[in-house]
Design a protein around this ligand. Structure first.
Ligand SMILES: Nc1ncnc2c1ncn2[C@@H]1O[C@H](COP(=O)(O)OP(=O)(O)OP(=O)(O)O)[C@@H](O)[C@H]1O
Length: 324
């Protein structure tokens, strides 16, 4: 875990005017020595109150973006604001977990948070115990507060890291791949915690390379590819750009296609053992009744809702390769 600190000499983001946005970046760019452009003219707009999924395959620039937002590395170009403020003023209201947590295995969760809090020059000593108890409660670790860190499960370790980011009142929480490396149980715990924190009014900006995770957990998403923004919006609007389709599995492909056409479904496509078409406003049960009524042997009928993966493939013409 990296404490949020201003890198010496890093330029503070200018602040594009924004009270209603938790994060705004404009033209944010990072070119590393050697010329590699890790983040390329990124324009993000993160509404307050959202759970905003920052989605992209490995190496697409997510961590670099987050590190710039937190002042851990300096942008090459561009500007940004957090909570409508330039960086140093915003930081006390922002919690973050970037990189793996560095906790002492032989200390309890509570003792680790005491040390962590003591390392923050802005924190108020007199309130430390109460703030730590509150943070442990918020992440569901009150009962395990006195247990040694090395005996924590993976999910508990990540929840402790998040508690470390919640030691003061936060309006924005930034999490870099918080479920990475977790087992299924830990993943469920962290996803539930993110939703819970967001329900309390904190905006959560969370990076992930998992499409399904972002679809389940987030209200909004940005999709990155090789340092560039491919799409941004609410999950519904991103998915809404693509049509929901119906697929009929049948040996009577030609007849099924004819019936779908007669019903007025658009973009009817026949395969070897199925027919698909845009569902439009049609009710699947009526489509089924019409097919059966016309003597088509229906082996299966499915409604195919577009996923973020379909959005990514549609926009880039490539598969979403998490190793890429
Ligand atoms: N300090 C650095 N010097 C040079 N190149 C870097 C540096 N840090 C990152 N990169 C490169 O920038 C690109 C983006 O990396 P970044 O870590 O931001 O991606 P990511 O989307 O967070 O992926 P991952 O989840 O794998 O960390 C990669 O090609 C990476 O190799």
């Amino acid at each position: 875990m990296t404490a949020v600190a201003q890198e010496a000499g890093a330029p503070f983001g200018a602040a594009p005017p924004s009270g209603e946005h938790a994060i705004v970046t404009r033209g944010l760019t990072k070119r590393f020595r050697g010329g590699q452009v890790a983040v390329d003219a990124l324009d993000l707009t993160v509404p307050r109150g959202s759970v905003y999924g920052f989605l992209g395959p490995n190496g697409s620039g997510k961590t670099t973006t987050i590190r710039m937002m937190l002042g851990l590395i300096a942008p090459t170009e561009g500007e940004y604001s957090l909570l409508g403020l330039p960086l140093p003023r915003a930081l006390p209201r922002v919690g973050a977990v970037v990189e793996g947590p560095a906790f002492y295995p032989y200390l309890s969760g509570e003792a680790n948070l005491m040390r962590f809090d003591a390392a923050d020059p802005t924190s108020v000593r007199a309130t430390a115990r109460k703030r730590i108890a509150d943070a442990l409660d918020r992440v569901g670790l009150s009962a395990a507060a006195g247990k040694r860190y090395r005996n924590y499960s993976l999910g508990m370790r990540q929840r402790l890291a998040i508690a470390g980011a919640l030691l003061g009142p936060r309006e924005l929480l930034i999490l870099d791949e918080p479920t990475n490396g977790l087992d299924p149980q830990g993943t469920r715990e962290v996803r539930a915690l993110v939703k819970d924190i967001a329900a309390g009014g904190t905006t959560v900006f969370v990076s992930s390379h998992l499409l399904a995770e972002v679809e389940q957990m987030c209200t909004h998403a940005a999709i990155m590819r090789t340092g560039r923004l491919v799409a941004e919006g609410t999950i519904a609007s991103l998915n809404g750009g693509l049509a929901t389709r119906v697929r009929v599995e049948t040996p009577d492909v030609a007849d099924a296609a004819r019936v779908l056409g007669t019903l007025g479904l658009a973009d009817v496509r026949s395969g070897g053992a199925d027919v698909t078409a845009e569902l439009g406003g049609h009710a699947p049960e009526r489509i089924n009744a019409a097919l059966v009524g016309a003597g088509v042997a229906v082996r299966g009928l499915a409604v195919l809702r577009p996923s973020l993966e379909d959005v990514f493939v549609g926009l880039t013409g490539e598969g979403f390769d998490v190793d890429g």
